[in-house]
Design a protein around this ligand. Sequence first.
Ligand SMILES: Cc1ncc(COP(=O)(O)O)c(C=O)c1O
Length: 406
Amino acid sequence: MALSTDVTIKVPAAAVAANQPIHDEIAQPSNKLIEQLVTQHGAPLMVLDCDAVRCQYRALSNALPGVTLHFALKPLPHAAVVRTLLEEGASFDLATSGEVDLVASQGVPSERTIHTHPIKRDADIRDALEYGCNVFVVDNINELEKFIAYKESVEILVRLSFRNADAFADLSKKFGCSPAMAIEIITYAKQLGIRIKGLSFHVGSQTASPAKYVSAIEACNLVIKNVAELGLPALSTLDIGGGFPVPYSKDVLPIDEFCAPINDALAKLPDTIRVIAEPGRFIVASCVTSVASVMGQAVREGKPWYYLDDGIYGSFSGLMFDEAAYPIDSLKQEGARVESVLAGPTCDSIDVVSDAIMLPKLNNGDLIISRMMGAYTLATATDFNFFKRAEVIVLNEQIQSQVLTG
Ligand SMILES: Cc1ncc(COP(=O)(O)O)c(C=O)c1O
């Protein structure tokens, strides 16, 4: 899905020079800047700050030394994010031909990509191969057989399933196989002459505890040993997926602390194993601030209802399936707060962003600011009822290249 990249703005925020230490707190666009942007562009807006993308990428790189980070495009497939991460030296995780097109259009070298959708059409495989991406994921025999025709050019990761009911999205419910099935796939691949590069897993998005990664790494280590004992071609790669958590309304462990036990588990892998990861949410959640304006209001059953120009079918689409409790507040801070309802603009009754939020009395045109809106928001927004998606305003994209060339 192509997201609109409408406006790029350079603001004198904290520039993040190459290799500069990470600042702990990501600077958020100030209220003054938000008001200026709305005056210029109207609302709703999604304000995307590339400095936050850099900070998060560097924080996770530092927390997982030696692990190659492939940014998973799906939470925010935006060209400015791709360009920013490309400059940072990131690699990329693709799942569709649309994502292939996006990275190709931004000049990402294909060697820096992997294609990790476990279930693909032949056309998806061909599109990726044509671009030059040759690492794919399978989790069953039927999928493996799709690669017979391409066996000279592909390398395969076998995805294992580790269920995680606590994650926002338990991705192992839909994808992945057991360790026994992984051995079956690897054995059959040898017969077919298809190269198996290694194993992968995804412990579930927004996983609160590193214990899930640790047990998954231990289980994969056993499979790696088992493969060697069976005389099958040695595996060279372990892909530990995405799932790294961010603080929405609840605190999460700082990323260094979160990754410490993961690094301990990785240290027990054979030295020959190269480790990669596919973080999505962690890199982009904090880089977008959404700005919506009040387009009308009513009092219903004694409660103020404010109708916004953005809602569940737009930038807040993640509320339907992602359980993310975005920090939401009015730009206006003065006045006594009462329990209020924030509704989206469409005619559908489920289009309610919050049915119990403490707000001061708002006027039509007042602004509602929501932070941490970068992951699985714009990417899943629709044009339902012909309400246009929020315009994307890109901040701080150029500062990095100015620092590098200056
Ligand atoms: C295969 C794969 N990799 C990576 C990701 C990114 O996960 P997260 O955003 O939780 O880091 C996803 C999310 O759905 C995924 O399906």
